[in-house]
Design a protein around this ligand. Sequence first.
Ligand SMILES: O=C(O)CCC(=O)C(=O)O
Ligand SMILES: [Fe+2]
Length: 313
Amino acid sequence: MGDVAMLTTYIHKPCRNQSSACCTTDLEDDCILSPHSAYVTVSLKAGSQSWGCVAMAGLEMHQIVDLERYPIDQLDSPRGASLVDSCRAALDDNALCALPGFVFPIVVAKMARQAEALLATSYRYDAPRMAYYPDGKEWPSDHPRSIEHPCRYHQALNYQIPNDSLVRAIYLWPQLSEFVRQVLGYERLFRSDCPHLALTVQFAGDGDQNGWHFDGNDAVFSLLLQEPSAGGAFEYAPYIRSSSEENYEAVARVVADPDTHAVRPPISAGTFTLFKGDLSLHRVAPVAGDRRRIIALFSYDREPGQVFPAILH
Ligand SMILES: O=C(O)CCC(=O)C(=O)O
Ligand SMILES: [Fe+2]
C-alpha cells in the first residue's frame, strides 16, 4: 500500500441492553442483531485525511451481505474463486455484472432510510450534459458529441455521508475492495480518496434522470438502495465503443431509440452492480412517481489517493 498504511481495528463496545435480542445502535426496530454482536470497526489511514476514519456500528458483515450466496469473504475458496470467474465473464461479455440480493432486504431498507435523511442537505444537479468529455474539437450540432442530455437528480457527497452509516460500512469493507480488484484483474486497487465523489448517494425523484453518457473512470460500482415508483431504469449499450472505434452511428441509434437499441438489465434494491461505463453508453431513464430511486455509487482507482477533478463534483 505504499506509504498509506491501512489498519483495521475491531473495538468491542458493550450492548446498551443486554437482555434484548436487538441490543445496539439505531437498528433496534429491525431486530436482526444477536446479543453481543455490537462492535465498531475503525479504519485508520495513517498519513491520510481524518475522514478516512469510520465507526461502523451494529452489524457484522455477514448480517449485511449475503455471504452464503456471494462468498466474497472467502475468495481463496473454490466457491469464492468461481464467483470471481463468473463475475469477470459477465463483465467481459456484457460490460455489466449484477449481483441481486447482495445486501439483505431488511438492511437495504435501513440503508435507504439512512440515505433519505441526507436528501435535505444534498446537492441538486440540474444541467444538461453531453455524453462525452470534451476533446477540444468542433463537432456539428447534431453529432452525438454535441447533443446534450437532460440530467437532474440530488446527490449526497462523500463528506456528507455519516461515518457510521451502513452504506459507508460496506464501502469500507476491505473484502469488497479485494473482490472488485480480483474481478477487474488489477494488480492493485484502492478506494478513491475523493472527499466529494469516492462514495455518493444519488436520489432521482419524479422527472429526474441521468442523461446518456460514457464514464471517465473505467469501472463503476453501485448498490441500488431503493427502486422508484416507476421509470428510472438503467439502460446501456454494452461495449458500443472501443479504444479504436467510437461507433458514432450506433451511439446515435441508441439515443434515438433506446427501447430498440439499449439493454435494460433487471436491477432490484439490494443489487450490487459492477459496470464498465467507459466503453458502454448508459443512462438512468426518467423516474415517475413519488418514490425516489436511490443508489449508492462506490469509486476505486488503481492508484492510491485518487481525487476527482472539481468540474465533476
Ligand atoms: O445511477 C446509476 O445506475 C448509474 C449512475 C452513473 O451512470 C454514473 O454515476 O456515472
Ligand atoms: Fe455513468
